[in-house]
Design a protein around this ligand. Structure first.
Ligand code: CA
Length: 232
């Protein structure tokens, strides 16, 4: 996921870039409206965090020009405290959501996830197959060669995420973001608990080793480790 951060305050920019990077986003930064407008028109971002008070061209004008030019990227605006007019102007110009300064990085992440979700709700109903494992969200079934695997609701979502993003390593905080969504205050250890349960659930069909622990990095679903043939 690529995010364009438009903010002219150097300290806040640095802080937000770090936080967004930690959350797994690729971040480009623009410090004025002109640069922002150019980047937004030429690069395919998944979302934009747009401060409204900017040098050269103000944020509302940037957003208006994007929308007139059919740039439909979701935009989260940053407004000064108490500036109701700014907020209204931002929404009129086509903002998707706003945050009032000062805000916490947790709040920012939750809002970004929300605009991203609204933009592209994942194809939740499409059945996925990775190696011998099959998961069908429509019927909420996981199976291997017709043998059903019983998984709890959280493990189901976790497995669904792994299966739609296979072979990639996901950190605990990324998994919390993507699987648990807005419940940002859940401890990372929770992920370990559910991964353990998921492995246990996959044991009867000999697929537990498909969920790999990558030391110091997180977890990944892989089919490189040949799954064991099913024992009777
Ligand atoms: Ca500013």
């Amino acid at each position: 996921m690529r995010i364009l951060l438009v903010e002219d305050d150097p300290d806040l920019s640095r802080q937000l870039k770090l936080a967004l990077g930690d959350a797994g986003y690729a971040v480009d930064h623009a410090a004025d409206g002109e640069e922002a407008q150019f980047l937004g028109e030429t690069e395919p971002y998944d979302a934009v965090v747009l401060d409204l008070g900017l040098p050269k061209v103000d944020g509302v004008s940037v957003l208006e020009r994007w929308r007139r030019g059919n740039v439909a990227t979701p935009v989260l605006i940053l407004t000064a405290r108490g500036s109701w007019n700014e907020k209204v102007a931002g929404f009129d110009a086509g903002a998707d959501d706003y945050l009032t300064k000062p805000f916490s990085t947790h709040e920012l992440m939750a809002r970004i996830r929300a605009v991203l979700r609204r933009k592209a709700p994942e194809a939740l109903d499409t059945a996925v197959e990775v190696g011998p494992l099959k998961l069908d969200p429509a019927t909420r079934r996981v199976s291997r060669e017709g043998q059903e695997v019983r998984v709890g609701p959280t493990e189901f979502r976790l497995l669904h995420f792994f299966m739609t993003h296979p072979e990639r390593v996901h950190s605990r905080s990324q998994l919390l973001d993507r699987v648990w969504g807005d419940h940002v205050f859940i401890e990372e250890r929770t992920v370990d608990v559910h991964v353990k349960r998921l492995r246990e659930a996959l044991n009867p069909v000999s697929c537990s080793q498909m969920i790999e622990t990558v030391r110091g990095a997180g977890y990944r679903l892989t089919q490189q480790v040949q799954s064991q043939p099913m024992s009777a």
